[in-house]
Design a protein around this ligand. Structure first.
Ligand code: DOR
Ligand code: ZN
Ligand code: ZN
Length: 424
């Protein structure tokens, strides 16, 4: 099977390459890049004029709900949503039922993902058995079975001693720790950012300290253990300073921002609508602006979605509904529209944050268009203008606050292991 991609703007961070050229894919690998490639007659030809050709996008943070909550999403629908969003690799968080704390669940996810072959689903193992915060999982056995990282996402491991033990093990296993930062005692039933909006709507607030206290603790534990720490869904202005200073201090910490946190703030909440409810919540305008600056300055090296599907039924109850919104099918457009088109980040930075840097952070052999690399490729029309409609989604989840938004940036082709798995 051969694919010849003609005349695309090839953006490859690993070579700092940004140039119009042709790309040849043969037997699942990138075999050639050149200004003109001709005389290949048995190839599927894709005209990528005016489009970007990037390494397959990587989302370090999704919830596929499989096993256990497949009415919200399953590996098949989630994989289809990933492919439609341009993602060739996703990290699936462990808050499934059963929790991804055993070799059996890890194997189930890996095998089902391979069978479906629409995106590469990498399971994330839980930090503790049953995500109960007590007993650390057998990280080495889980790694052997195929996990790419450990995380307790959905909550924090509140016992610092347990978390330190897990970080040490993760370090020995050479796996990153993906941290959800939330002091559960301090949340105290909060449902949205603590501030003007929570007061206006008469709802219980979640203060920045809920997140910042645990972020700072986790950074200190990483300093002590040497763990490769990645802070999930950073939403506060102080997270920017903390990550920046920790890195200057030589601590191995990175951070991600989700599109909803740089596209919206609590002022945009129109009322008691569950589509605005996620954890961490939409913060103040000041926080949002600090996050955007942090993305521009590369304090945040990763953009991930925290794709968190729930059923329409569950999301009907306004701020009483569960936390989470879907993001796989809007991430490219929101990043393009809110950051690239506004000149805040460059196209190269976008590809770094959505593919190259996640691959490096995970330590996987993807996120590059180098010759000989696995042919995971995303082709994006950066100018395509359209409206976001949940009715177009292939995810089972339709819960998100961007309905009707006019955006730029559309995924045209997603190629996984040298095979077209999505075509717009
Ligand atoms: O909004 C969220 N939804 N935040 C989380 O941390 C968990 C996630 C979920 O699993 O639904
Ligand atoms: Zn989380
Ligand atoms: Zn999450």
């Amino acid at each position: 099977m051969k694919i010849l991609i003609k005349n695309g703007r090839v953006i490859n961070p690993s070579e700092k390459l940004d140039k119009v050229m042709d790309v040849l894919v043969e037997d699942g690998k990138i075999t050639k890049k050149a200004e003109k490639i001709e005389g290949i007659d048995d190839a599927l030809e894709i005209d990528a004029s005016g489009m970007w050709v990037t390494p397959g996008l990587i989302d370090m943070h999704v919830h596929f709900r499989d096993p256990g909550f497949t009415y919200k999403e399953d590996i098949e629908s989630g994989s289809n949503a990933a492919a439609r969003g341009g993602f060739t690799t996703v990290c699936a968080m462990p808050n499934t039922k059963p929790v991804t704390d055993s070799v059996d669940v890890v194997k189930y996810i890996v095998e089902k993902s391979k069978e479906i072959h629409k995106t590469n689903v990498l399971p994330v193992g839980s930090v503790t058995m049953g995500m109960e915060g007590k007993e650390v999982t057998d990280i080495f056995a889980l790694k052997e079975a195929g996990i790419c990282a450990i995380s307790e996402d959905g909550k924090s491991v509140m016992n610092s001693s347990v978390y330190r033990k897990a970080m040490k093990k993760a370090c020995e296993a050479n796996l990153p720790v993906l941290a959800h930062c939330e002091d559960i005692n301090l949340v105290d039933g909060g449902v949205m950012n603590m501030g003007d909006k929570s007061e206006e709507l008469g709802m219980k607030g979640i203060s920045n300290a809920v997140e910042d206290i645990i972020a700072s603790r986790d950074i200190l534990l990483a300093k002590e253990t040497g763990a490769r720490l990645h802070l999930c869904h950073c939403s506060t202005k102080d997270s920017v300073t903390m990550i920046k200073e920790a890195r200057e201090d030589g601590i191995d910490v990175s951070g991600e921002v989700c599109p909803h946190h740089f596209s919206m703030c609590s002022d945009d909440i129109t009322g008691d609508d569950g589509n605005f409810k996620m954890n961490p919540p939409l913060r103040s305008r000041e926080d949002m602006e600090a996050l955007i600056q942090g993305l521009k300055d590369d304090v945040f090296t990763v953009i991930s979605t925290d794709h968190a599907p729930h059923s329409t039924e569950e999301k009907k109850n306004g701020f009483k509904s569960p936390f989470g919104i879907v993001g796989l099918e809007t991430s490219v457009a929101l990043t393009m529209t809110k950051l690239v088109k506004k000149g805040i980040i460059t196209p190269m930075q976008m590809v770094e944050k959505m593919s190259f840097n996640p691959a490096n952070r995970l330590g996987i052999d993807r996120g590059t268009l180098d010759q000989g690399a696995v042919a995971d490729i995303t082709i994006i029309d950066p100018d395509a203008e359209y409206e976001i409609h949940a009715s177009d989604f292939v995810s089972k989840g339709t819960n998100m606050p961007f309905e009707g938004w006019k955006v730029n940036g559309k995924v045209k082709f997603t190629i996984l292991d040298g095979e077209v798995v999505y075509h717009d």
